[in-house]
Write a protein that binds this ligand. Structure first.
Ligand code: NAD
Length: 503
């Protein structure tokens, strides 16, 4: 069986560890590969390689660094099919969705191609008589990325293109559930001309994560994953003096107003709830319907559309499926247990995805699209992130109640409103406590040149990923104030002991 190893200083390096994680094809339930769960000292070796490479890479001109990104972009495009197939085989998502994921990552690479412009800093002439001021945005050093299973290409590419283009070096710790994609990205970066040691991959679990979080040579940590782990990562990295951004889980609500275009809203909610089997941090998992009539119409339309959904393997000959399996047998069981808890706590299971099998793929980890009505805020299915193809419908009488539900939830990643009324939409955008807001747009994922991040317990740390925040996260500002006297010989120099103010 193929073993997925580490990538350090430009080459595959076999780990000494005898601990392995199993990698499955979720559509069949078969183990296809194993991934090495490295030792802590192997993480340290990757950090050492990155630290060595930093000396030259940080001094390489931004233009040359951008040119590597241009080459990498072209290679990503040429290898799109191979990457998407790898993702689909290990994650389970359908092929077109995997292509979409790679494309969203590619867009961050395109953003990083503009790094000479983004890293210019600022300049003010004559801040005082004969005095100028300019800022330098300098790289930090060795940066670490720890990423989740649900976007094995896109989430790493939220991080390393910006980190590397700004002059840092990088160690990626991918999810142990679908680790193959990271090594393809490493191979393409090398082909693109990236010097050895600038990008490294260490596979493993908590042991390597802890080594990276505490390594004295690591300057910054970017994490994306579940909220309990994000809290741990943020606390540990911060306690060890590192800059940290840790993005966590979500429970994304949409509000469906009585005046919404019901067909448009239903189509949008279907894709956002069940796309990628609900395993997206921006998946819509709660639809808050304002008024019983709105709720009844929504339930009717969703039930009808769910009955037409095609669920099966991510890669098939002929017509593509709408939804693939979930990541593991354990996760399938967790999702089914959530559905059962909803039933036990009094919700109505309108469409039940438990006991769901796909003919020909009976051992795959499939959960059918599930629709639960009459969900209330006390229920576990409302409170917790399920991360599966389960949509909860909450019925409320008015907009204010709908808004306060969202604002009281512990998560605040994405949200959306469906309405034809501009004033309601505008007020919602102003008042809602969430980081990313859609108006008649179900999954409002910001483009690469904006920044991605939620509020509340969906993020820890002040800066979001990619866009301007990403550039700020991966650089430290230095401001230089300089004066070149016209004639040093003629000036009388005296000391001043009061706070300098410019004259
Ligand atoms: P996870 O938290 O289980 O794992 C994320 C990473 O942390 C992996 O690399 C894993 O190996 C590592 N890890 C796991 N347990 C650890 C521990 N005890 N100590 C140190 N490291 C540990 O998350 P997941 O199941 O891979 O991904 C799904 C979660 O990620 C969901 O909660 C989802 O909402 C979230 N997510 C959030 C965003 C966002 O932008 N906010 C994006 C994608 C996914």
């Amino acid at each position: 069986m193929e073993t997925i190893q580490n990538y350090v200083a430009g080459a595959i390096v076999n780990s000494e560890s005898e601990r392995f994680g199993a990698v499955y094809n979720p559509a069949t339930g078969e183990q296809t590969k194993q991934v090495v769960l490295s030792y802590a000292h192997e993480a340290e070796q990757a950090v050492e390689a990155a630290s060595t490479a930093f000396k030259a890479w940080s001094k390489t001109s931004p233009l040359k660094r951008a040119r590597v990104m241009f080459q990498f972009k072209a290679l990503l495009e040429a290898n799109m099919d191979r990457i998407a197939r790898t993702i689909s085989n290990e994650h389970g998502k359908v092929y077109s969705d995997a292509i979409g994921e790679v494309t969203r990552g590619l867009e961050v690479v395109e953003f990083a191609c503009g790094i000479p412009h983004l890293q210019k800093g600022e300049h003010s002439a004559n801040v005082g008589t004969g005095v100028d001021s300019h800022s330098l945005m300098q790289p930090l050093g060795v940066c670490v990325g720890i990423t989740p299973f649900n976007f094995p290409a896109m989430v790493p590419m939220w991080m390393f293109p910006v980190a590397i283009a700004t002059g840092n070096t990088f160690v990626l710790k991918p999810s142990e559930k679908d680790p193959s994609t990271a090594l393809i990205l490493a191979e393409l970066l090398k082909q693109a001309g990236l010097p050895d040691g600038v990008f490294n991959v260490v596979n493993g679990d908590k042991e390597v994560v802890d080594a990276l979080l505490t390594s004295p040579k690591v300057e910054a940590v970017s994490f994306v994953g579940s909220t309990p782990i994000a809290e741990y990562i943020y606390a540990t990295a911060s306690a060890h003096g590192k800059r940290c951004q840790a993005l966590g889980g979500a429970k994304n609500h949409c509000i469906l107003m009585p005046d919404a275009d019901m067909d448009m809203a239903t189509n949008a909610i279907m894709g956002a709830a069940y796309g990628a089997a609900g395993e997206r941090c921006m998946a819509l998992s709660v639809a808050v319907a304002v008024g019983d009539e709105t709720a009844n119409r929504l339930i009717e339309k969703l039930t009808q559309q769910i009955s037409q959904m095609k669920v099966g393997p991510g890669i098939v000959e002929g017509t593509e499926n709408d939804m693939g399996p979930v990541i593991s047998a354990l996760h399938k069981q967790t999702i089914c247990d959530y559905i059962t808890s909803g039933e036990e706590q009094g919700a109505e299971i309108v469409v039940d995805g438990r006991d769901f099998t796909v003919t020909g793929n009976e051992t795959g980890y499939f959960v059918g699209p599930t629709l639960i009505d009459n969900v209330t805020p006390e229920m576990t299915v409302y409170k917790e992130e399920i991360f599966g193809p389960v949509l909860a419908v909450v019925r409320v009488s008015d907009y204010e109640t709908a808004l306060s539900l969202i604002n009281q939830h512990e998560y605040g990643n994405g949200t959306a409103i469906f309405t034809r009324d501009g004033e309601t939409a505008r007020q919602f955008s102003e008042d809602v406590q969430a980081g990313m807001v859609g108006v008649n747009v179900p999954i409002p994922v910001p483009m690469a040149f904006h920044s991605f991040g939620g509020w509340k317990r969906s993020i820890f740390g002040p800066l979001n990923v990619h866009g301007n925040d990403g550039v700020r996260f991966y650089t430290k500002m230095k401001t230089v104030t300089s004066r070149w006297p016209a004639s040093v010989r003629l000036e009388q120099h005296t000391s001043s002991f009061s706070m300098p103010t410019m004259e």
